[in-house]
Design a protein around this ligand. Structure first.
Ligand SMILES: [Zn+2]
Length: 447
């Protein structure tokens, strides 16, 4: 693999992505598919290079009306990136499948794999997944991962010192469960890794039983579960090595959670739980182990929401009026907030185009994302809410009366810190917006 990759693109000025073979131990042989390679390798390289240079974290190829539409998702917002006529577009999908070591002929079943790639001296993992739309018609999704970015330290990921201290606090008695949850694509794996990295490595010994794909966590010892040994045995062994905190794979098996509860008065566990909100996470946990164990061992559930950050080069400061400050519950002495610059006047022929407004963000005017955090803490009041059946409204009220950090409240912090705009926070929290446009993609990014 890899040979023949660079034959046809000398005419390209832009640096092109290098494909370095499929992930997950799969194999590929480009020689077996000479026609496909001839027709589609160059356009695939060009498209992926284009996507990576535009910081796409997801690339979508979707057949519709005899064409294949391409979309780049940047900072959570999908942007149209062209449409390829039917046959050529389909060939590109097949080519990507071959590069990921998937079966190009198989179009009736979902397949997933990945491609190791390098672009502008950065290594990427292109996690490739086909989604069946109807028999014989599939959509292709490429999730771009930069193996380094997954392991950002809490501070580098933008986690405020206060949140880190709070999470660290939960681990200080080396007991209990700390869970991380959130909807898909909300950076929850990174959040759970940040959470384990909040444990003080100089005072506590931290182990990982999670499969991190061979990528080491900082100051965390890997524990390889020996074959034939059950989880209880492993926990016993780790306990004998004086473990304080354990990082687990995402929880899906009630039996695993029950075993964790047996040890949760001697060790602290940090794990992801498949739930969109902290309340749903607690509900799930109750289903698995019952109310008693939840109130006994659960310490907190953490979630986050990613919010686009304003481009530092073109954001505009403004003086908020007192009504706005009051509405946002901000201190009246707040003198400066930031917002996106106004878009160019379409009537004015001499006005610069959107892209010309700012070189740094191409006039988007956002660059990257940061997180707002929410921590549902098992205070005495919250335990009562759990015992009384976990009514979502009661959870909300309890969080408010205990002064817990909520997504909305924490998003306002980001506005006050000048990291994002109020309008962006409103857009992110609006129920229907901020998602992929359902019908036709907008002609151009307009946000
Ligand atoms: Zn800008």
């Amino acid at each position: 693999m890899g040979r023949g990759d660079d034959d046809d693109d000398q005419e390209e000025d832009m640096e092109q992505v290098l494909f370095q073979g499929p992930m997950f131990g799969r194999e590929t042989n480009l020689k077996e598919n000479p026609r496909l390679v001839k027709a589609a390798l160059v356009p695939v390289k060009k498209m992926i290079s284009d996507g990576l240079s535009r910081r796409a974290h997801t690339i979508l190829l979707e057949p519709a009306q005899g064409r294949v539409t391409i979309r780049f998702v940047v900072d959570g917002i999908p942007y149209p990136a062209g449409a390829i006529p039917g046959q050529r577009g389909m060939a590109m999908i097949q080519m990507i499948k071959v590069l990921a070591g998937l079966n190009p002929q198989e179009r009736n079943e979902t397949q997933s794999g990945g491609i190791n790639a390098e672009f502008e001296e950065v290594r990427y993992e292109l996690l490739t997944e086909t989604v069946l739309l109807k028999p014989g018609v599939e959509r292709l999704k490429i999730r771009v991962e930069n193996p380094k970015i997954t392991y950002l330290k809490p501070a580098d990921a933008g986690m405020p010192e206060e949140v880190m201290r709070q999470i660290r606090g939960y681990t200080e008695d080396s007991k209990g469960l700390i869970l991380v949850c959130g909807p898909p694509d909300s950076g929850i794996t990174s959040l759970s890794i940040c959470a384990i990295h909040c444990v003080d490595p100089y005072l506590y010994s931290v182990f990982s039983l999670a499969d991190t794909g061979g990528k080491p966590l900082t100051n965390v010892s890997d524990y390889e579960q020996e074959e034939g040994h059950d989880l209880e045995f492993s926990f016993d062994r780790i306990l004998r090595r004086e473990a304080d905190a354990i990082f687990m794979d995402p929880l899906t098996d009630p039996a695993v959670v029950q075993t964790m509860c047996q040890f949760a008065d001697r060790m602290c566990f940090i794990a992801e739980i498949p739930a969109k909100t902290p309340t749903e996470a607690v509900q799930q946990l109750i289903q698995w182990v019952g109310t008693d164990l939840v109130t006994q061992h659960l310490k907190a559930v953490i979630t986050q929401k990613l919010i686009r950050t304003l481009c530092d080069d073109c954001k505009q400061a403004f003086r908020p009026n007192p009504q706005l400050l009051k509405r946002l519950n901000l201190p009246p002495e707040t003198t400066i907030l930031y917002r996106a610059p106004s878009p160019p006047d379409p009537e004015d022929e001499d006005a610069p185009s959107i892209e010309e407004l700012c070189e740094d963000c191409d006039g988007v005017p956002f660059h990257g994302r940061t997180a707002a955090y929410e921590i549902l803490e098992m205070t005495d009041g919250m335990k009562e809410v759990v015992v009384n059946g976990l009514d979502p409204q009661a959870v909300k009220e309890q969080m408010a009366s205990d002064g817990m950090r909520t997504l909305q409240k924490d998003a306002v912090r980001l506005v006050v810190e000048g990291k994002t705009a109020l309008e962006e926070v409103q857009r992110t929290f609006a129920p229907s917006k901020g998602r992929r446009p359902k019908a036709r993609p907008r002609p151009r990014p307009d946000e």
